[in-house]
Design a binder for this molecule. Structure first.
Ligand SMILES: [Zn+2]
Length: 388
């Protein structure tokens, strides 16, 4: 996405009448407010950015918050000193892919499927959002700090130029000598044309390995991917006999966390999923177990494509950091974290799997894999002059 570039032009308002109200503003380039009470918590914006008002006054946006409404969830700028709360008409249409229909007394914001997201009422010449309780619809936008495209290429596990462009990075990517070493060329797997519409409707799973033994004895990698959101989950295992138990644990955990019910579990014909405990559970819970042909990975395409994508990142990161392959489990977990925070080509509006799964995206803690870090010792355990 484009970096924040904020400007609020059409503010000429009777401020007290608008306290606590959200104004639909056609001149604002971003959603913004000075009133943090209207938000669902905020996080620090580093570096803070300038916001120019219509009278050329400059304010600084210092935090990012999330708009508090059951049916609309959008990120916005917190601008201390701004006495009004603005929803940018252009951004809300882009963020939610919605329609806005206005008339003399107000109007509606409609979602893609033409269901009403929000009522609008006029106040003077302004349109005010009337917030009611609705079921949730969520679209968070990942905010990537501005920075050098080459550093971010490495932070994001050697992400492709196309992905970096989607994130708003411009400029040329230098020739990377790691990418050709780490990324396999593979023939394309056929894509289906219809996909799950609900969270956890269909989860695909696959086991990879054996790999070189990790430091904690890990040899296998168990991957899951939720078809609707494309969010992957990973578990590293010492033996294939742990596959069924790990699958059961993940299903229970994610069902509890999302309140969604799993309908289909799909994997290839590996025997590891055939334990009595797992099969009994699937039967009791009414979960259909879809088993594809053992030697036909194309039928389990979603999980197989994920495997290739994750392993490309793992190889690149280990080569780039010049680390022993025994650290592959750490690289694999990190690769999944990166994957969850990158826009996915199968999702609308450059959403990340985290956004689509209603988890929050956070790119602020991504570093180049293998970066040196120092552990701060608790000061109570140290003498005054000792190294921290
Ligand atoms: Zn690279």
């Amino acid at each position: 996405m484009e970096p924040w570039n904020a400007c609020a032009q059409n503010i000429k308002l009777i401020e007290h009448a608008l306290k606590g109200k959200w104004i639909l503003d056609s001149g604002a380039t971003n959603h913004m407010t000075g009133n943090t009470e209207l938000l669902d918590g905020t996080t620090c914006l580093v570096p803070s950015i300038s916001v120019y008002l219509g009278n050329n006054e400059k304010l600084m946006a210092t935090r990012i918050g999330s708009f508090k409404s059951p049916k609309i969830s959008i990120p916005l700028l917190v601008v201390p000193g701004l006495n009004v709360s603005l929803i940018s008409r252009a951004s809300v249409c882009a963020d939610l892919q919605c329609w806005i229909v206005l008339n003399g007394t107000g109007g509606y914001i409609y979602d893609k499927g033409r269901s009403k997201l929000c009522l609008l009422r006029t106040l003077g010449n302004l349109f005010i959002l009337v917030l009611g309780s609705q079921s949730k619809s969520r679209c968070l936008v990942t905010l990537f700090s501005k920075g050098n495209i080459n550093i971010w290429h490495r932070r994001l596990g050697h992400a492709s130029v196309e992905t970096l462009r989607k994130l708003g990075f411009h400029g040329d990517l230098d020739d990377c000598h790691i990418c050709p070493q780490g990324k396999l060329k593979h023939s394309k797997f056929a894509r289906r044309t219809s996909y799950a519409q609900q969270l956890l409707e269909r989860v695909h799973s696959d086991v990879m390995g054996p790999f070189i033994e990790g430091y904690w004895g890990e040899k296998y990698c168990l991957l899951f991917i939720d078809e609707m959101s494309r969010k992957p989950f990973i578990k590293t295992l010492k033996s294939r006999s742990e596959v069924a138990a790990a699958t059961l644990e993940l299903i229970k955990k994610e069902r509890r966390r999302t309140q969604a019910s799993l309908v289909y579990l799909r994997n290839d014909g590996a025997k590891d999923y055939e334990t009595k405990v797992l099969q009994d559970f699937l039967r009791q819970e009414g979960i259909s177990h879809e088993v594809t042909e053992t030697y036909c990975p194309q039928l389990n395409g979603l999980a197989e494509r994920l495997n290739l994508s994750i392993m490309d990142k793992v190889r690149c990161m280990l080569i780039d950091a010049n680390l022993t392959p025994k650290l592959w489990p750490y690289a694999a977990h990190y690769a999944v974290l990166i994957y969850n925070n990158l826009p996915h080509s199968a999702l609308d509006n450059h959403k990340t799997p985290n956004d689509a799964y209603a988890d929050s995206s956070d790119s602020s803690k991504l570093y180049v894999f293998g970066s040196i870090s120092y552990a701060l010792q608790p000061s109570k355990l140290l003498h005054k002059l000792e190294e921290r």
